[in-house]
Design a protein around this ligand. Sequence first.
Ligand code: PCA
Length: 203
Amino acid sequence: MMRILMTGFTPFPGVEVNPTQLLIRYFQDETVSLPEGVQVIAEVLPTAFEASDERIRQLIRDESPDFVLCLGVAEKRDSINIERIAYNWDEATIPDNDGLQLSGQKIVADGTETYDSTLPIEHMMAALQSANLPAVFSDDAGRYVCNHVFYVSRHEIATRGLDIPCGFVHVPGLTGTNEELPGWEIERLLDAVRACIGAISGE
Ligand code: PCA
């Protein structure tokens, strides 16, 4: 059995509905058909620097997954963004859900400046493209909670010498939640996540 740890996030200031939370619920309800032999451990992380940091590291330790795929919403983007780089930096113009607003600091004092995604991102891109789902690579996951979770997941895996491919994907917002922003229907987002899982599992 191949076990994929997949996470999403709760709503946060300025984003009332987080599609990644809805996506995670589909997988928790086990209503999504998965490739043969694939199990998804799905969890919604709090959109808070400290709480998400603690929880993702605990999940990696306790679940010993074969892969880690973290999802977050980036409402201004109108395509699936396969993130390539996590930066050792927290900085935001909005507070997190615990009221913490970080104005610029390292995530890990003596940590490496960046980590690359170790997921099969070329396969993921090919799978998205062949499903006609617009997707791009991104070298900027922001400096808010998504980048933080991406960085600490990679750091946890790297510093413990584990061989667990790990990466991050940003998805557009939900259609209808903000008229001024691009948005996708939930079914289309679900198709994108399934394409990524298919690529990760080597389908
Ligand atoms: N998006 C935010 C945090 C949670 C989420 O879904 C981000 O891009 O940092």
